[in-house]
Every structure is written in C-alpha cells, then in structure tokens.
Design a protein around this ligand. Sequence first.
Ligand code: PLP
Length: 442
Amino acid sequence: MQSYAGIAAQVAAQIRAGRWAPGDRLPTHRALAAEWGVAIATATRVFTELKRLGLVVGEPGRGSFVRDRSIRLVPPEYGPGPDTVYADLSVTQPLSPRRAELLRTALRDLAGAGDLDALLRQQPPGGRPADRGVAAEFLGSRGIDAESDRVFLTAGVQHGLDLVARAALSPGDVVAVDALTYPGFKMLAHAHRLHLAPIPVGPDGPDLDAMEELCLRRRVRAVYTMPTLHNPLGWVLGEQARDRLVRIARANDLMLIEDAAYAFLAEPAPAPLVSRAPERTYWLSSLSKSVAAGLRFGLLVTPPSGKATMTHTLRVHMASPPGLVAAVAVGWLADGTVDALEDAARRSAEEHQRVLRAELHDMDLLAHPRSYFAWLPIDPQQRMDRVAAELSRRGVRICTAEMFATTPHVRHGLRIAVGSPLAELPAALAAVRDALDAVPLG
Ligand SMILES: Cc1ncc(COP(=O)(O)O)c(C=O)c1O
C-alpha cells in the first residue's frame, strides 16, 4: 500500500501538470481513498500535505480546492526539498480564517435584500453619502471625529496615499519620512517625483530634533508618519512625541500624512494626529490588515480645507471603490464584523508574537506585542542580501532593511512577518536562525 507522502507527491504532480484548474473542487477524501486504495485517514493526511505545499485550500463543509498559485505565497523557484520550509515571512496579511465564510454570507444577504441596481450605477466621488455616514460613525467610535464629507471611501491606504499626493502635493515637494518606512510610500513618492527627506529613527520613534533641524534647512511640505504601530519598527509614539510632532507641523506649516494601516492592532493607543491637528492631517486606514487586502477598501479623512480638492481628484480619476465592495465593507463596519475581526487579529498576532519571542528568545527583536511583524537588527558586518538569499534557498521569504530604507545610513536588519500559520512558524523561524549562522560576516 502506498504511503500518504507518496500519494501526495503524485497528486501534487498532477495538480502542477494541470489535471485540475485553479479553483476546481478536488475529489472528496473518501473518493481519493477509493482511487488509491487507502484508508480515509491516509487520504486526509494526503490533503494536509497538499495544503502544506500550498497547492490546495480547504473550506470547512465545502471540500478542497486547487489553490490559485498565480497569487503566490512563496517564490516560484523554490520547490519543496528536504530542507525546504516553504513559508512566507514577508507578508503582513490578516490571520483570520473566517473571512471567506463571512464574504459568502454577506454576498447572500446582499443578493437577497440589497438594492443591487444602485451598486451598478456610477458611484459618487468618495462613495455614497449614506456609506460615508456609516464610515464617519465607525471612525467616531474610534475617537476620530470627522464630518462625513471629510471621510472618503478609497481602495485601500496605498490608493489613499496616491490620492493625497495628487490632490495635495506637487512634484518637487519635500516630504519628511522615517529613515525606515513603508516601502509603498517610497514607490509612490518616486512616481510622484516627491523628494524624501529621511529622519533618523530609534526604537521608540523618529528623532524629532532632527526633524526640527531639517525644517530650518529645507522647505518641507509634509511629513509621512505611522505614529501607531510603525512598519517596520513597531513603535507607538507616546503623547509627548505626538504633541511635539504637531507643534513642529504647526510652526512650519507642514501637512501630516498619518498612515494608520496597523493602528487597530495597538489599540488602546494615544489619540491619533488627526484628532490633535485635524486642520492639517490626512489620515488613512483600510481593511487590508484587519479583514482582507484583496477587498481593496479603505478610509481617508482630509482636513476641512482639503475636501473639495479631494472630491475633484476622485472625480477626475473615477477612483472610488466599486459599489459592490463598498456595500460589503460598509456593512461590516456597521454590523460589528470589523470590530470582531480586528479583535481576532489582535489575539492571533499576539499568539504569533509569543511564538516568535520563544523561538528567537536570544535575539534583540523590536516588535509591538500585537504586531504582524518584528524587526531584527543584524550585524553590520553581515550582508542582508546574502541572508535573504540563504533563506530563499530554504524556501523562506523575508524582507530586508533595503526595502524600507530611505537613506543608506541605517542599521541593517530583517523584517520578520509572522502571518504564516502557527504550525509552520517555528520551522520558518529556525530557518532564520540557521541562515544567520550560515552566512559568514564580511
Ligand atoms: C504601513 C502600510 N501602509 C499601507 C499599506 C497598504 O495598505 P492597503 O492594502 O490598504 O493599500 C501597507 C501594506 O503593507 C503598510 O504596511
């Protein structure tokens, strides 16, 4: 009789050869057991192995399906091998397993009760007024008081940042950023021909003395900042730092661009900048980190003086989220689903962080206890690209400081994202340790 591993290898080869298309339903455990002449328990192990290989997804009560591998979890070139861990420590995705089921229910409810024709009409810039009202109420429950005409529905934070750049910045503008910052903002600044002025960073936040000095030397237009759960360093700025940042912004007439993509993970946190300086802050968040990045749904709050230009920008680019997405997402804002998923994400992130702390207990990690990632500073003598390449060989994907750096003068480091399933995490983290040991200094 064949072993589960042997059968899994053969079924994996059939999947890779295209016997089934992405999304196709696979035979049931019982049918597979009959086909291969093995016990059902063995068939179950085959499916577990196929899931581990990233070839199959299972949906409770519905069966197993061929995963769409065009949406990659790991780089294509790393096939499984004896040393292969096959994990992705680069993606900071939500960890919720329930979301597919929630979407199914939401679509069913929408089909039964919604005014579907309204969703098919051109959506007003920034979303339908009722939806913006719900979004404003949701933000109010989180301590952000903004009239609904300052709340715009977007297709996520990255989209919102692009809108801010179009509506409120011009090519050549100087934007102060942390020396390590979100790579998406670096790319966006490049595309909009903005000049990034790096501010040195420490474990607790940016060096605000350096920011003040910068404002004396250069005409700075804006600050891009993540005060509540910084990517990649995980800090949450305290009250004093926030107040000082606002004072600097007011003294130098700076616009504040507050990226709150991960802020929900750090709740309760000090009040956001948008509440302290609403006259000059663009605040952005989305459901990417709490619900699903593929939903492409976010919220943008503009200062009162920025709302007319933002409306115009959205009209020019026809860039509001599709009505269908907005209907589902706003429904989840209103009915408590987002609250529940955020709560679950916090607990899950906390659990993953505990595993991370345990596995790499002797390393100097910087991380918020409820974050999807941690920052591991590494020896300046050690080449980060070699460590990443060594990890790649072991089937583990990771981000190096280079992606986040806005200046060459930053400490080397790795960002370890812990979105992988808990079962895989220890092996992947052990691979990080082994790769660091395997790559010589110099
Ligand atoms: C700090 C930060 N902002 C924004 C984003 C992108 O968010 P969205 O999917 O809403 O565009 C990310 C994604 O990794 C991020 O890390």
